[in-house]
Design a protein around this ligand. Structure first.
Ligand SMILES: CC(=O)SCCNC(=O)CCNC(=O)[C@H](O)C(C)(C)COP(=O)(O)OP(=O)(O)OC[C@H]1O[C@@H](n2cnc3c(N)ncnc32)[C@H](O)[C@@H]1OP(=O)(O)O
Ligand SMILES: O=C([O-])CC(=O)C(=O)O
Length: 370
């Protein structure tokens, strides 16, 4: 038995949800470029869950179902009020999502219908939980979700209490489309491992949030913004990046386990970053990002991943840095739940082996003799 470090190249399951073939990402066979250009996030959610694009009435029904499910139980709001104000936002999300199960009467109902209803509730409530957390820590009251608006609109509305600008809603909606699913990434794998024990959907999503939090995965978008802030202006980019690379330090937002010739989602976020920079009259983050890309790609051959330009996009939308990874979760919960449903449909316990590298032929030594 020989281990493959990080399971690189190991095909661990079959899935019909999303594919990465020759560097092209598809959701249910539709190219991400096509979806980024034309689809709303809700259409993508439907596509991931049901395997086809919704017709008009199916989409309207999904909007109604999401609206009807988006109010977070008051017990959760009361719990969030008890969280330390400076707690990590992903830790808060992970805790609140775990607690949501306590107030869902169907939490342990394993029927497919109940699981779909729970997927809708999770998709509808994650944005409300994050917005509530962001407001409560500032001493403000949470804002109830609006009916008949998109998830992107509602999130910005619940966060700020103001009607969001159309351009901000459009940008966030596109970012949600781009982050919705990604084959067997670490958080989706974590979700699938958890539910393959026949544990419940909340346990699967809680595991996934824990995995997404790390800076080698979803947490990279926040780390990218921390780096941009540390660098400050485009003039400082060259010395900063050269020093990091010389010290063999990682540049956040670059590299990918699967894509070696570039992440197809990055160009859409780059375009958005440029457009939002122009609209907000602040090209600093975009200009710095482009310069970083030139250097990192030039010197290391590494290309930006989905997390790199999303940092400047969210900053242009005036979203606090530590909500970037929770926003990733707002989107990816659609993919996690699609994968959980797929896992249940054709389940087998996920239990690989480990190559043992410890000592052999050891004997128990009584405690007095140690
Ligand atoms: C949504 C997402 O999860 S996208 C990924 C988000 N994560 C990041 O942006 C964090 C920065 N990137 C990385 O850490 C990595 O590229 C990962 C985790 C994404 C992929 O990791 P792996 O497939 O394990 O690649 P690995 O870390 O082995 O890198 C291979 C080589 O490229 C280097 N490398 C990889 N990424 C980077 C980077 N961002 N900056 C500098 N060097 C890098 C490694 O140091 C390694 O060099 P070596 O062969 O000289 O030791
Ligand atoms: O697939 C991965 O390893 C990470 C990634 O890009 C994602 O989850 O979107």
């Amino acid at each position: 038995m020989t281990a493959t470090k990080g399971l690189e190249g190991i095909v661990a399951t079959t899935s019909s949800i999303s594919s990465i073939i020759d560097g092209v990402l598809t959701y249910r066979g539709i190219d991400i470029d096509d979806l980024a250009e034309h689809a709303s996030f809700e259409e993508v959610v439907y596509l991931l869950w049901y395997g086809k694009l919704p017709n008009k009435s199916e989409l309207e029904q999904l909007h109604r179902d999401l609206s009807a499910s988006s109010t977070v139980p008051d017990a959760i709001i009361q719990q969030i009020k008890l969280y330390p104000k400076n707690t990590n936002s992903m830790a808060a999300l992970r805790s609140a999502v775990s607690a949501l199960a306590l107030y869902d009467e169907e939490a342990n109902d394993m029927s497919q219908e109940a699981n779909l209803r729970k997927a809708i509730r999770l998709q509808a409530q994650l944005p409300a939980v994050i917005a509530a957390f962001a407001r409560i820590r500032e001493g403000k009251e949470p804002i109830a979700p609006k009916a008949n608006v998109s998830i992107a609109y509602n999130f910005l509305y619940m966060l700020t209490g103001k009607e969001p600008e159309a351009i901000a809603v459009e940008a966030l909606d596109k970012a949600l489309v781009l982050h919705a699913d990604h084959e067997l990434n670490a958080s989706t794998f974590a979700a699938r491992v958890t539910v393959a024990t026949l544990s419940d959907i909340y346990s699967g999503v809680t595991s996934a949030i824990g995995a997404l939090k790390g800076p080698l995965h979803g947490g990279a978008n926040e780390a990218v913004m921390a780096m941009l802030e540390e660098i400050g202006t485009a003039d400082n980019v060259e010395s900063y990046i050269s020093e990091k690379l010389a010290n063999k330090e990682k540049i956040m937002g670059f590299g990918h386990r699967v894509y070696k010739n570039g992440d197809p989602r990055a160009k859409h976020l780059q375009k958005m970053s440029r457009e939002l920079g122009k609209i907000t009259n602040n090209m600093n983050w975009y200009d710095m990002s482009v310069k970083i890309e030139e250097l990192v790609t030039g010197q290391k051959g590494l290309k930006p991943n989905v997390d790199f330009y999303s940092a400047s996009v969210y900053t242009s939308l005036e979203i606090p840095r530590d909500l970037f990874t929770p926003i990733f979760a707002i989107s990816r919960v659609s993919g996690w739940t699609a994968h959980i449903l797929e896992q249940y449909e054709n389940n087998r316990l996920i239990r690989p082996r480990a190559e043992y590298t410890g000592p052999v032929n050891q004997k128990y030594v009584p405690i007095e003799s140690r």
